[in-house]
Structure formats: structure tokens, C-alpha cells
Design a protein around this ligand. Structure first.
Ligand SMILES: NC(=O)c1ccc[n+]([C@@H]2O[C@H](COP(=O)([O-])OP(=O)(O)OC[C@H]3O[C@@H](n4cnc5c(N)ncnc54)[C@H](OP(=O)(O)O)[C@@H]3O)[C@@H](O)[C@H]2O)c1
Length: 428
């Protein structure tokens, strides 16, 4: 299998590069010819590889150099398009329309290879079908599989690999493409319901609201030259902000409920008992093993029902970080108990640059189409307009061009199809 990575110079692009090479697949990593992209490619060529850094980890994986051939990375978009079986787009989601237009120019329509959006955020694919035609195969990841950084030009830093995540298949796929995806990402769970990744977009809850409601405090900390703990100061120690985020979260859960999905944490019908049952079952199984691959497999097998559902932010903290759900607990308290947030968490501008146009904007648009009160989201968008004064909205997913019927049919997965003969495998 040959995997193409678009934006190999990004933090996650490098992590993918390392893991794909080490898993024995072929790879081509494309970097833009930007100053940053050129520096990355030059460094990798000079040292004939990429250096992987790791913190202490359960797998005892040590820092090491991963050898690369000269033509494994470069700036050739046509090579990316013409030689790959899949293309993973490893950059923030608000650049995706621009990237797909360039892939079209480079001839991707002749190949119809699946494009993986890592992650897609909310309601990405209809915008991309506008460019490549309805039905083009896209794979939407619910989250980035890595927590990672790019500490130096020829270096990747993988802090953590996620044990499992969800991918929704959107458009028309050949069966062999699905089989290859499962082989490439055995930890991921697969479905064809775009709502699970779109409405499941938890970044839209945590990121822009907490950033903008705390905007003045974040700036003040920066002026004073002290770090600002995004999750602790911004949410766990701030009841007003935390309860505002919960209100936005409830809009998300109501949308999911109206779409007919299973929902955990909806006010008035939290479905707590079922959630506890599944999670306790999982924890019992996990206790019996300590091998990381086995633990991944167990999560894969036991979390199917939860993966096809939409979870409140508190339930998501249990599922993702093991912060065992306490029935009725507020978001403020649950965040306060989350170890990974207690360590370091910095405010990042991408929390608005990416998550406003690709998260809150489409979430509000869907909520409005369904007749929900979306005023808690409007408060955040007003703050964004006030502080950021951004004029161009070409990456703004406001869903204006689609009917409500189309939006609902898309979210429920009506445009997924398997085409072609069973066992068919394209060559070249
Ligand atoms: N990193 C993490 O730990 C993490 C964790 C959770 C979620 N995520 C999500 O995963 C996605 C990828 O994150 P990331 O951290 O890998 O991204 P990143 O490193 O912040 O991405 C920046 C990269 O985007 C590239 N890029 C592509 N098109 C661009 C354009 N039109 N304008 C400017 N830059 C462009 C840039 O390429 P050049 O090199 O040419 O400048 C740059 O390398 C995001 O959605 C992010 O929110 C990341």
C-alpha cells in the first residue's frame, strides 16, 4: 500500500510519516513550498530520515532515527495524487477546500482515491463534493490519532497515540478500499454516518467558547508573562464559562437526538445506566490485559455502541481519558478531575481560527434549521466578531446552499455506497 500525506511538515503529518514507514508501507509525504515546508524537506533530505522523539511510554519506545529515501518526501503534488492509494490530509480543517481544489488540478478525479480528513470537524464533505462531485470517497476522522508536536525541522514528537477513534465513510467506495483502510488503521472504528464525526466534534465545545469567554484573562496572563492553563483556569476554575460550554453542548446533543442517534448525557434523558454498563464491562476486560495492542483491540470491540452514539463532553472525558462518569456531575467538576488537563494546557489561536468556521458555525446552522435555540453559540460568535474582526468567510461552513432535507440526509449517511465488483483492485 502506498500512502500519501498532504502537509507532511505539520505536527501530525510527521507523526503519520513515522508510523507509516515503520509499519512497512510505502509513503509519499507532500509539503507545500512554503518557507516552513521547504525547511522540513531540506532537513529530512540532509539527515536522510526523520528523528522520532517520545516521552516515557508504556511501550518502552525510545527516541530514534527513521530512515527515509530522498523521494519519500518532497513538493510534488502530482506525485502525491498519481502514486497514492489514499491521501491523508494532515492539516487544520479550515484549509481543506483550498487543498482539495489543488488536488483536483493535479488530476485526482481520474484516480478517485479516498481522501482522509484527519480530522474533518463538522460538515466538511458536502463542501468538498461541490469541488470534486457528489460521491467522491472521503474518510472523516473524529479526531487526530495523535497528540504530537514538531519540535525541530527534521523531528517528530509523538506524545501519545490514541487507542481508538471513529472514521465515517462518506461517498462511494470500492470494497477493496474499505478493506485497505481497515488494514491501515486497525484501531479505528468505521461507520457511514457523517453525524457521528460531524456532531461528535468535541473540539467545537471545548475550544472556541473557552478561548473567547476567557479572552481578556488569557491576554492579561500573556502581558504578565505567565502561563495560562486553558482547561484549569479557563474551565475548571470558572463556573460561568463551564456552564456556558454545557449549554452549547446540549445544543449538540439535541441535534443528535433529533437525528435519531443514541445520545448519552442529554438533559432529561441522560441514558446513564446504559453508559455505565458498557464502560464497566470495558474496564473489567481491560484490567485483564496490559499489552497495548490487546487493549486497543478490546476498546475496538467493546466501544462499538458508544462510537455510533453522541456523548456529552463529560461522557467523552470518560471514554477518552478514563475520567469515570459520575452521574449528574457538571462539566466544571469533570474537567477539574482530568489529569491530562491538570498538567499543561495552553490556549492556542487555532481554537478559534479552525474551530469557529468548521465547528461552531456549522453547529449553529444545523441547530437553526432544526428550530433549536442557538443563542449560547451566538454569544461566542459575537465575541469572535468583536475580538478578531475577520472579514473573509470562504472557509465558513454556514450551510447556506443546502436545503434542510439535504443536510439531514447527508448527516444520516444516505450518500454512502459500495460500488464495483467484490474483490476488484485497481492497478496503478
Ligand atoms: N497536533 C496535535 O496534537 C493535535 C491534537 C488534536 C487535534 N489536532 C488536529 O489535527 C489537525 C492537524 O493538526 P496539526 O497539529 O498536525 O496541524 P499544524 O501542525 O498546526 O498545521 C499547520 C500546517 O498546516 C499546513 N498548511 C496546509 N495548508 C495550509 C494553508 N493553506 N495555510 C497555512 N498552512 C497550511 C502548514 O504547512 P507549511 O508547513 O507549508 O506551513 C503547516 O505545516 C488539526 O485539525 C488539529 O486541530 C491536532
Amino acid at each position: 500500500m502506498k500512502i500519501g500525506i498532504h502537509s507532511v511538515s505539520s505536527q501530525s503529518g510527521r507523526a503519520y510519516l513515522v508510523d507509516i514507514i515503520e509499519s512497512g508501507h510505502e509513503v509519499y509525504g507532500y509539503a507545500r513550498e512554503s518557507v516552513h515546508g521547504k525547511r522540513f524537506v531540506a532537513a529530512v533530505h540532509t539527515q536522510q530520515g526523520i528523528f522520532l522523539e517520545r516521552p516515557d511510554n508504556e511501550n518502552q519506545e525510545e527516541a530514534h532515527m527513521i530512515r527515509l529515501k530522498e523521494d519519500d518526501v518532497g513538493h510534488d503534488l502530482e506525485k502525491l495524487v498519481h502514486e497514492s492509494d489514499f491521501i491523508i490530509v494532515a492539516h487544520p480543517s479550515h484549509y481543506i477546500q483550498e487543498t482539495v481544489k489543488q488536488l483536483k488540478k493535479a488530476g485526482i478525479l481520474k484516480r478517485r482515491i479516498p481522501i482522509i480528513l484527519s480530522p474533518s470537524r463538522t460538515f466538511a464533505v458536502p463542501y468538498l463534493w461541490d469541488i470534486l462531485g457528489e460521491g467522491y470517497p472521503f474518510v472523516c476522522f473524529s479526531t487526530n490519532p495523535y497528540s504530537c508536536k514538531a519540535p525541530a525541522d527534521g523531528t517528530a514528537y509523538i506524545k501519545r497515540r490514541k487507542r481508538s477513534w471513529l472514521m465515517s465513510l462518506e461517498g462511494e467506495f470500492k470494497q477493496y478500499q474499505i478493506d485497505m483502510l481497515i488494514q491501515l488503521f486497525p484501531q479505528a472504528l468505521l461507520n457511514h454516518i457523517p453525524a457521528t464525526t460531524s456532531i461528535g466534534n468535541i473540539g467545537s465545545i471545548f475550544h472556541p467558547g473557552a478561548f473567547l469567554l476567557n479572552y481578556d484573562a488569557i491576554n492579561q496572563a500573556s502581558i504578565e508573562g505567565r502561563p495560562y492553563s486553558f482547561y484549569m483556569e479557563g474551565i475548571a476554575n470558572n463556573e460561568v464559562v463551564a456552564s456556558h460550554l454545557e449549554k452549547i453542548d446540549q445544543i449538540r446533543l439535541k441535534i443528535a437526538d433529533m437525528l435519531g442517534l443514541t445520545v448519552f448525557g442529554l438533559e432529561g434523558h441522560p441514558n446513564e445506566e446504559r453508559f455505565q454498563f458498557i464502560m464497566n464491562h470495558l474496564r473489567d476486560k481491560e484490567e485483564q490485559h496490559d499489552n497495548i495492542d490487546m487493549l486497543r483491540q478490546i476498546r475496538h470491540d467493546y466501544l462499538r455502541e458508544i462510537n455510533d452514539a453522541i456523548l456529552s463532553a463529560q461522557h467523552w472525558l470518560d471514554y477518552s481519558y478514563g475520567i469515570e462518569r459520575i452521574s449528574g456531575e457538571s462539566l466544571q467538576q469533570a474537567i477539574g478531575r482530568t489529569k491530562t488537563y491538570q498538567q499543561t494546557s495552553f490556549p492556542q489561536v487555532r481554537y478559534v481560527e479552525e474551530d469557529i468556521p468548521t465547528g461552531l458555525i456549522p453547529m449553529m446552522a444545523i441547530g437553526e434549521r432544526l428550530g433549536l435555540d442557538v443563542s449560547p453559540i451566538k454569544v461566542i460568535l459575537d465575541l469572535y466578531a468583536h475580538h478578531f474582526n475577520r472579514c473573509e468567510t470562504n472557509d465558513w461552513r454556514d450551510l447556506q446552499q443546502w436545503s434542510t432535507d439535504y443536510i439531514l440526509r447527508y448527516l444520516k449517511g444516505e450518500f454512502f455506497k459500495i460500488i464495483g465488483d467484490v474483490g476488484e483492485k485497481e492497478v496503478g
